[in-house]
Design a protein around this ligand. Sequence first.
Ligand SMILES: *[C@@H]1O[C@H](CO)[C@@H](O)[C@H](O)[C@H]1NC(C)=O
Ligand SMILES: *[C@@H]1O[C@H](CO)[C@@H](O)[C@H](O)[C@H]1NC(C)=O
Ligand SMILES: *[C@@H]1O[C@H](CO)[C@@H](O)[C@H](O)[C@H]1NC(C)=O
Length: 345
Amino acid sequence: MFRLSCAALAFISVSIPISMSIPIFSDPSFGAGSQSRSWPSLRAPSKSTLSGLPYKNWTLTDNYQGEDFLEHWNFFNRSDPTHGLVNYQNAANAKHKGLASVQGKSLILAVDNKTHLAKGAKRDSVRISSKKLYNAGSLFIADFVSVPAACGVWPAWWSVGVGASWPNGEVDVLENVHKVNNNKMTLHTSVGCTVEQLKPNQLRGKVDRTDCASSGKNNQGCGVMDYDTTAYGDGFNKAGGGVYAHTWEKDAIHIWHFARKDIPEDIKNGAPDPSKWPLPTGSFVAGSCDFSKHFHDHTLTIDTTIGGDWGGDAKGLKAAHCPQTAAELVEDPKNFDGASIEYAI
Ligand SMILES: *[C@@H]1O[C@H](CO)[C@@H](O)[C@H](O)[C@H]1NC(C)=O
Ligand SMILES: *[C@@H]1O[C@H](CO)[C@@H](O)[C@H](O)[C@H]1NC(C)=O
Ligand SMILES: *[C@@H]1O[C@H](CO)[C@@H](O)[C@H](O)[C@H]1NC(C)=O
């Protein structure tokens, strides 16, 4: 189920091979009107290492897998709204160029690593979004065999509200830049959404900011950093990848990262039970923020861009020991030979 066909990865560089399936569960009791805004009274880990979340009977609603995986996703074909140096390919071109494919038991999404570019040209990449939209009362499980890790590269697994202009509610589950190993989980909203300041013993990550509003030049959102060295990048890939699971409830969004060796049996058995999982890696508890107003009708998205607002930031590149600018990096295809296949299981 989690095997990646290495040989099939030829010509693919920075890639996000994910296991064939992204099962999505829904909570059948959700919307019954009985849920109060008292959701997350997380237990302290000193008493229990469990998540402290109530048991719910999650039912499988969608399972993205198999040869027709990509039939259920749209290919974003406009210029990158985050100003990355990429040409997002439409479905036909992405498949033709080998940048999006189902190989063996994996889906591979890649950045072109064959073409030398002239100064100022952009590199081919892909950004896919689920055709189906999701709302609160959902549990998402994504198994990544490896993620892109290279200077200038900015990959993400996230969801965003459709319709209104950004920030219209965005949940960033797996996201960072370059070759660092830590993961940043972030919510972005319009003004008026501050999540609760959680205590260090309520989650495994470290709370960064609690004001989720992204406006003007301040588009940081509210974030939680996971400093576990298997959370992202080469560290994630060396650990054989792993699972990112997240629940989206009316009053809370919780995110778990499980390195390959730590994936709970209930996930492997297709019957996930977050009440039995350890404390979430990242937690966003609505507090005074009306999540239903800020988060609705989300399309699930996976993309890799290069440079742009975050990946092109000069200070960030320097801090990550990347000596070139994004504009310099993007020209040479060798810079996009990701390390991912070396660690595929
Ligand atoms: C692109 O990257 C892949 C994966 O790292 C590698 O196997 C392949 O040889 C590279 N392709 C070229 C043309 O360099
Ligand atoms: C869980 O929900 C499913 C589908 O609604 C139902 O068939 C099953 O009996 C429920 N299980 C429990 C333990 O409530
Ligand atoms: C671009 O994407 C839109 C939305 O998914 C789609 O309707 C359109 O056909 C695409 N255009 C091309 C040229 O692929």
